[in-house]
Design a protein around this ligand. Sequence first.
Ligand SMILES: Cc1cc2nc3c(=O)[nH]c(=O)nc-3n(C[C@H](O)[C@H](O)[C@H](O)COP(=O)(O)OP(=O)(O)OC[C@H]3O[C@@H](n4cnc5c(N)ncnc54)[C@H](O)[C@@H]3O)c2cc1C
Length: 464
Amino acid sequence: MMTGEQYKESLKDGRYTYLDGKRVTDPANEPRLKAAVQAAADVYDSFHSDDPDEFNPIYIMPKSIEEFRERERLLAKGRGDMTLGTTGVILLTLVTAAPELAKLKPVYREAIYEYIAYARKNDLRCAESITDAKGHRKLRPSKQSDPDFYVHVVDRTSDGVYINGCKMHISGSSVGHEQVVLPTKAMRPGEEEYAIACAVPVNAPGVSVIDTTYAPYGEQDPRNFPVSGHRSSPEGFVIFDNVFVPNERIFLDGEVQQAAVLAHSLGLWERAAGVTHGGAGLEREVGLAALLAEANGVENEPHVKDALATLVIHSTMCKAAGEAAMANGQQNEDGILTPSPLYISALKYYKNEFHSKLLDILHDIAGTLTVNAPTFADFEHPDLHNGLEAMLATSTLSAEQRLRLFHYLRDTTADAYGGWSFATGQLSGGGQHAQRLVTMRHFDMQNAKSLARRVLEPAHGDEA
Ligand SMILES: Cc1cc2nc3c(=O)[nH]c(=O)nc-3n(C[C@H](O)[C@H](O)[C@H](O)COP(=O)(O)OP(=O)(O)OC[C@H]3O[C@@H](n4cnc5c(N)ncnc54)[C@H](O)[C@@H]3O)c2cc1C
């Protein structure tokens, strides 16, 4: 297993990655990428072992809900690291789809398991390279004005294929080691060259990554940016320009009917990653609202008690749905556990739909200091300190504690990272329309209608 330092060194591999108009050759020392690298390095250190048989629990592919929960428990200390999360999602996606792909060619399943063993042995972090540029959304890939709007095969030899195109918004691309490329959606006959799933190293010839990040510009007092100041992850436009993929890293090549299997598996695990911890995350927001209410002395006001109860019910329902999604999961032919798409998509929809309301409640209880709390530098200025301390302290919190609370609230809900987080919650894993579609696809409407039809029978009318 790699140490944090070895991981940092491993990123100096000649990759072509760009940020703010310049090429970055050492992400660990790039001001707006180093927080992401450091977060990943800390996680490498926290899991490190010299035992050659040990490996990070992210490479465990769970076969039961107990194994899934144990894996979650082991991974809890790695949650601040985006690259660990994307590695888990993409490898689970591959094993979920493996049996279906094996029906086309057994070699696809072998390639998937061999690849996971390779990533585990070398302790590599993998990006989920799925979302294509897509161009005109109503046109099929082969009808676009530029064929590169979707990643596709442009050449092939007996050793492998060459691919072109661009994948967008790919989290952690420039601070990880591998791009796992999957088709973004179902493909049709005639679109064989777009039905390509494979893995390539980030430093493969022809791969370039153009980063964006919400990491603050310049040196910032981390107390004013308590989350975004030390936890940020870049997203990348990943350009593939005649990139060679050897046969052993190809998981699908040309079988259009199975492109959707990969896209659906990815959607499921991506949404699951966003919501299965939803309840736990929301409990912190409930606690935040309660502390803010106490600090303002309004915790017993009827409208505040109502608002807190609304948050508690929401958080509890999200936690319950996350549990239900795993408890109602299924095993594929290889025995790999997959969450219930019905519960996952319904939960994601419900959580997103409520998110604006949650922010309204938090901001209403907190008041305008949410956006106007003085910086820590002003708070510590000798001319200002005593006055600010007198105005900010309350019976339940010191002035400094109150400032910490408000800077956390502003950073996570009302500033650059807060905006990113809000939009990401809505968009990642597909928008609300996608959640509705998947929920409806998996809901047993026939059963629902047969229950309702009983009302039509006079003898059973009472049951209604
Ligand atoms: C912070 C962040 C990180 C991300 N990380 C990753 C990542 O690591 N890997 C990855 O692959 N993706 C990633 N994504 C992408 C994300 O998960 C979604 O897949 C992506 O945002 C959706 O694609 P799009 O933005 O092109 O929007 P679209 O899917 O094109 O949607 C835009 C609008 O067009 C509509 N629409 C689209 N197609 C059609 C159609 N054919 N007919 C009618 N209406 C249509 C949609 O309903 C929607 O209203 C990330 C996104 C964010 C915000």
